[in-house]
Design a binder for this molecule. Structure first.
Ligand code: NAP
Ligand code: ZN
Ligand code: ZN
Length: 365
């Protein structure tokens, strides 16, 4: 099949094929089966048959247009692992049959100062997200991993440590890197007391990674049902955040706090936990602004920061780190036709701790 893409020089033909996907046509609509185009691999492209795809809360925010930038139809999914089905004739990093992974980005300008530094996620031109970004090849928006296959430039494809369980590795491609990157950036390690807020897909990986980095890890959760579990995940202590007495124990005691909460919450309660010069990094991306009181920051010279996923080299570093420390996600496997129910459960914090879609369930539909 040929798709026509408009360029400054006029329309050019791109060879593409139709593949099965799952996505949504509107913010209020359920996800359902769709047909999307995938380009035929060009010289530097890798075509991957998708075996597993994790379900990130960002998929839900995007499918429902909570960040007000969704282009429909929308096919979410950016925690992708699979097998290489074909490669372009200039590809040197992958061969047919290799296990390969794709995370939150499929391209960037490759020339700006951030791309050159390995910070492609902050590309001056805007990184090309795995879904809901402009697709330069087909002229549509990009479509994510709730699909049979994906075609990605080899420089944006990752290697998976061989001994890790593949389905449980998928969530590392977003939940893993989004927590690893700020934990590294703020020098989390031995001698540091670190708070992790919100124990969902991101938060539970943050606990495992921060512990493997050698830090003392304190979990803050709204869910009584996660208290015992958080210790199993590696937490040294767990605080039920609705209990003010328990919260008081850590006032002014933490070097760093990573906040992975997906909904509105009182950020000032967590800023109060920081020591002098401590930082709170927000990775959770709630739909509405979070008010910050000046006197949450001023008295202890505290910093309030954000962090977005991680660069390609850092994502590979994270996968290798997880390989070395045998870290994977705690997953609940689902079939593609359970995705709408999974979104409802995600909204209730009812997942331990990441849904992963067995993509054979789409292939066999
Ligand atoms: P998730 O699995 O749904 O986990 C979110 C957790 O937040 C829940 O498990 C719950 O933890 C807590 N929570 C939920 N509602 C709450 C509320 N009303 N009040 C207090 N706590 C609440 O989500 P996720 O996939 O880990 O993603 C978390 C957030 O990070 C999302 O907003 C997502 O879009 C964002 N994200 C950002 C990046 C980035 O680059 N910065 C990348 C990926 C995802 P407890 O039960 O422990 O309280
Ligand atoms: Zn994500
Ligand atoms: Zn760039």
């Amino acid at each position: 099949m040929e798709a026509l893409r408009a360029t400054a020089e006029g329309a050019i033909a791109i060879q593409a094929k139709q593949v099965k996907a799952f996505g949504t046509e509107a913010a209020e609509a359920s996800l359902q089966q769709l047909s999307i185009q995938r380009r035929n691999p060009s010289a530097h492209d890798v075509e991957i048959e998708i075996l597993y795809c994790g379900v990130c809360h960002s998929d839900l925010h995007t499918a429902r247009n909570e960040w007000h930038s969704t282009v429909y139809p929308c096919v979410p999914g950016h925690e992708i692992v699979g097998k290489v089905r074909s490669v372009g004739d200039q590809v040197s990093k992958f061969k047919v049959g290799d296990t390969a992974a794709v995370g939150c980005m499929v391209d960037s300008c490759r020339e700006c100062e951030y791309c050159r530094e390995g910070l492609e996620q902050y590309c001056e031109q805007g990184n090309i997200g795995t879904y809901n970004s402009p697709d330069q090849h087909l002229g549509t928006q990009t479509f994510g991993g709730y699909s049979e296959s994906i075609v990605v430039n080899e420089n944006y494809v990752l290697r998976v440590p061989e001994h890790l369980d593949l389905a449980a590795t998928a969530p590392l491609l977003c939940a893993g890197i989004t927590t690893y990157s700020p934990l590294r950036h703020w020098n989390v390690g031995p001698g540091k007391k670190v708070g992790i807020v919100g124990i969902g897909g991101l938060g539970h990986m943050a606990v495992k990674i921060a512990k493997a980095m050698g830090a003392e890890v304190i979990v803050f959760t709204t869910s009584a049902s996660k208290v015992e579990d958080a210790k199993r995940l590696g937490a040294d202590d767990v605080v039920l955040s609705k209990d003010e007495t328990q919260m008081q124990r850590y006032h002014g005691k933490l070097h760093f706090v990573l906040d992975a909460v997906s909904a509105n919450h009182d950020i000032n309660a967590y800023l109060a936990l920081l020591k002098v010069d401590g930082s709170l990094a927000l990775v959770g991306a709630p739909e509405h602004p979070l008010p910050v009181a000046a006197f949450s920051l001023i008295p202890y010279r505290r910093s309030f920061a954000g962090s977005m996923i991680g660069g390609i080299a850092e994502t590979q570093e994270m996968l290798d780190f997880c390989g070395k420390h045998n870290l994977v996600s705690d997953v609940e496997m689902i079939n593609i036709d359970q995705i709408n129910e999974a979104y409802e459960r995600l909204l209730k914090g009812d997942v331990k701790y990441r849904f992963v879609i067995d993509m054979a369930s789409l292939k066999n539909r």
